[in-house]
Design a binder for this molecule. Structure first.
Ligand code: GTP
Ligand code: MG
Length: 268
């Protein structure tokens, strides 16, 4: 579809004036969570926007500023992103905020640290267009550049968590922690994602499997991140583990609204 299926822009009349073109509705929303990534965010946004433009895909780039104290938000905006703010820290909180703001039919996700190549986003959109419901990159079957992933993550953390996810849920994927993904926005309501932290990465895969979505893997490059990592390996690993085991019964998650109602008022 890339390059051919562009959402038609609508011609609207003005009071007596010549008709003007309304901006095309975005077909693709690129959502990027961002916590103090001033060194990389502008290039990520620029790359995503250039890729959308080159493929003639009407799109938007949404950066979710998760309480950055550096110039991330200003740089993202200057590079052409729509910046939304999520004051509650956490990868899951940031993504869920960004998904709420997205307007496209397809949503592409990726980090703000330069480790994923947003030039590849058309491959993800094409896979959705060919019928996949959930597209996830695989760094392990793609190319991990020198220095991009620590030995412990490469040979211990990721394989263990990925193996558990496959064993418990039958996900059949090779890199469950890959952060470059894409899905149809219409599936959000039934995905009912409610994770607040990094475990959102596992939750999204589990829910996609439980819903019987068609999952496709795409080999991708993984480059060394720019700037300081926000990952806390042990606590984040434990959050994944708790979620993997906790969801094993297949019980559907509470709705986000129900979850919010249970949170302290100042955190909703
Ligand atoms: N971990 C974390 N990431 C956040 C948060 N808010 C936004 N983010 C963004 O989420 C993305 C993922 O965080 P990373 O630090 O890149 O985590 P990672 O990719 O697992 O680890 P690295 O390989 O070190 O990059 C980045 O774009 C962060 O800026 C948060 O509260 N915690
Ligand atoms: Mg990263």
């Amino acid at each position: 579809m890339t390059g051919t299926d562009t959402a038609a822009s609508e011609t609207i009349g003005t009071n007596g004036g010549p008709p003007r073109e309304a901006p095309a509705a975005p077909l693709v929303s690129v959502v990027i969570p961002c916590l103090d990534e001033a060194a990389a965010i502008a290039d990520c946004v620029a790359c995503a926007r250039e890729t959308l433009a080159a493929a003639r895909l009407p799109g938007e780039v949404i950066v979710v500023d998760n309480g950055s104290t550096d110039e991330s938000a200003q740089r993202a905006r200057a590079a052409g992103a729509t910046v939304v703010t999520e004051p509650l820290r956490g990868y899951g909180n940031a993504y869920r905020r960004g998904f709420d703001a997205a307007r496209g039919r397809f949503v592409v996700m990726g980090d703000a640290d330069g480790s994923y190549d947003f030039g590849e986003l058309t491959r993800f959109v094409d896979a959705l267009d060919r019928g996949a419901d959930f597209v996830i990159g695989t760094r392990l079957r793609g190319r991990i550049h020198p220095g991009a992933m620590s030995w412990v993550h490469r040979y211990v953390g990721n394989p263990v968590l990925n193996g558990l996810l496959n064993a418990i849920y039958g996900a059949g994927i090779s890199d469950s922690h890959c952060g470059m993904r894409a899905f149809r926005r219409e599936d959000l309501a039934r995905l009912e994602l409610r994770s607040t932290g990094m475990e959102l990465a596992s939750e999204q895969v589990i829910r996609s499997v439980q819903l019987g979505l068609a999952i496709t893997e795409l080999p991708i490059d993984y480059r060394p991140r720019i700037g300081r990592s926000k990952l806390s390996p042990v606590p984040d690993g434990l959050r994944h583990l708790r979620l993997l085991v906790g969801r094993a019964g297949g019980r559907p998650p509470r709705s986000v609204a129900a979850e919010r109602a249970l949170m302290p008022e100042n955190e909703r």
